[in-house]
Ligand binder design. Structure first.
Ligand code: NAD
Ligand code: TYD
Length: 365
């Protein structure tokens, strides 16, 4: 990897830490990058991302000129590229978010999930090991994971950090596999790692394949809002900035090789959530009450659809005094406002292959 004089100058400045954030052009990653670049001007933040359909540098247009930020277009499945990145920057820490993240896509095409989520994670672990093995002091590999690794709950109980892994979809199985590998690198090689498992996020910049932005986009365009099965499945929703504040705390204060659950304590049946969203959309679009609800359409269920996720985040709350901020309805309103006032962002992400994706996923369902 050749380095330009400018890059060399940047790398050699007197940074307190140099951190690698993978997947920083995606939904959660872009909020993490923004927080670290703006809150920690003494850190050099390198965002490494392949820019798949889900990665979008527009998400970072407001900070990409900052002098403590730089972008590297990299596929983490490419072992040599990953090793080269570690050699180039001599990172102190890694926050690993890059992943294939959509359950439905993992059902129609699991291979990419194995490559990126498993092989990509191993490549990063090897890069960190090669770079840090002489001295682990002050180094940290922070792996961002999901509550879906724990499987599906019945009507009772919550996932704790001790819940046994029982992933049910190719997505969650690939994330579970990467979590195991991260722990194995700690156990076998002593690599300093930390993992967090978070519940469903929502907020600005989420690609409109996930439930909330897909529904906002469809309601706005008077299109059917597809609800899988009877809409009885339950998710625990967390505003993306709350996840990001937890990531900040865990990166700086997490104990080595610990796991932290992150969740909103905010369980909603899909159908109730969609009805609330319809009410908010009617209000924001000045539609007669009840107009948007007419768009709700029950469609064929997702194969193997996990019934319920609920996260017990009391460890994080107690140890780091973390708690989620906006009430769900406020967070949803903020999210709707963002999508309604960022039509250009939405137009850009749904140009290209989105329509093809939408038809293949929903027509005949
Ligand atoms: P996203 O799909 O919005 O973004 C993923 C990013 O990773 C994109 O920018 C994409 O370009 C990049 N990427 C994908 N494959 C890559 C590759 N081979 N090499 C380099 N970059 C690649 O995902 P998200 O919703 O922001 O999720 C981020 C992380 O958080 C994931 O690890 C996910 O498992 C985890 N997570 C997500 C949620 C959620 O509700 N979205 C909840 C808990 C955990
Ligand atoms: P999603 O946002 O895909 O997240 P996850 O599957 O990781 O929880 O889906 C959230 C819930 O909404 C899940 O129970 C599936 C359901 N769902 C629908 O009912 N319709 C849709 O069009 C989508 C995308 C999801």
């Amino acid at each position: 990897m050749g380095e330009s004089r400018q890059e060399e100058k940047l790398i050699n400045m007197n940074w307190e830490k140099t951190i690698l954030i993978t997947g920083g052009a995606g939904f959660i990653g872009s909020h993490v990058v923004r927080r670290f670049v703006t809150r920690y001007p003494s850190y050099l933040v390198i965002n490494a991302d392949k820019l798949t359909y889900a990665g979008n540098l527009e998400n970072l247009a407001d900070i990409d000129f900052k002098k403590n930020y730089s972008f590297e277009k990299i596929d983490i499945v490419n072992k040599e590229a990953v090793l080269g990145l570690f050699r180039k920057y001599n990172f102190d820490g890694v926050i690993h978010l890059a992943a294939e993240s959509h359950v439905d896509r993992s059902i129609t095409g699991p291979d990419e999930f194995v490559f990126t989520n498993i092989v990509g994670t191993v490549n990063l672990l090897n890069g960190a090991l090669a770079s840090w093995q002489k001295d682990f002091i002050g180094k940290l590999f922070y792996h961002i994971s999901t509550d879906e690794v724990y499987g599906s709950l019945g009507s009772e109980g919550m996932f704790t950090e001790e819940t046994a892994y029982d992933p049910k979809s190719p997505y969650s199985a690939s994330k579970a596999s990467s979590d195991h590998l991260v722990r194995a690198y700690n156990h076998t090689f002593g690599l300093p790692v930390v993992i967090s498992n978070c519940s469903n996020n929502y907020g600005p910049n989420q690609f409109p394949e996930k439930l909330i932005p897909l529904a906002i986009n469809n309601i706005k365009n008077n299109k059917a809002v597809p609800v899988y099965g009877k809409g009885e499945n339950i998710r625990d929703w967390l505003y993306v900035e709350d996840h990001v504040s937890a990531i900040d705390l865990i990166f700086h204060n997490g104990k080595p090789c610990e796991t932290y659950n992150i969740g909103g304590n905010n369980e909603w049946k899909n159908i109730d959530l969609i009805r609330m969203l319809c009410r908010i959309m009617d209000k924001k679009l000045n539609r007669t009450a009840g107009t948007s609800e007419k768009l709700i359409t029950f469609v064929k269920d997702r194969p193997g659809h996990d019934l319920r996720y609920a996260i017990d985040s009391s460890k994080l709350q107690k140890e780091m005094n973390w708690s989620p901020i906006p009430k769900f309805e406020e967070g949803l309103e903020k999210t709707v406002d963002w999508y309604l006032s960022n039509q250009k962002w939405l137009d850009n992400v749904i140009s290209g292959d989105y329509e093809k994706y939408y038809d293949s996923m929903y027509s005949g369902r």
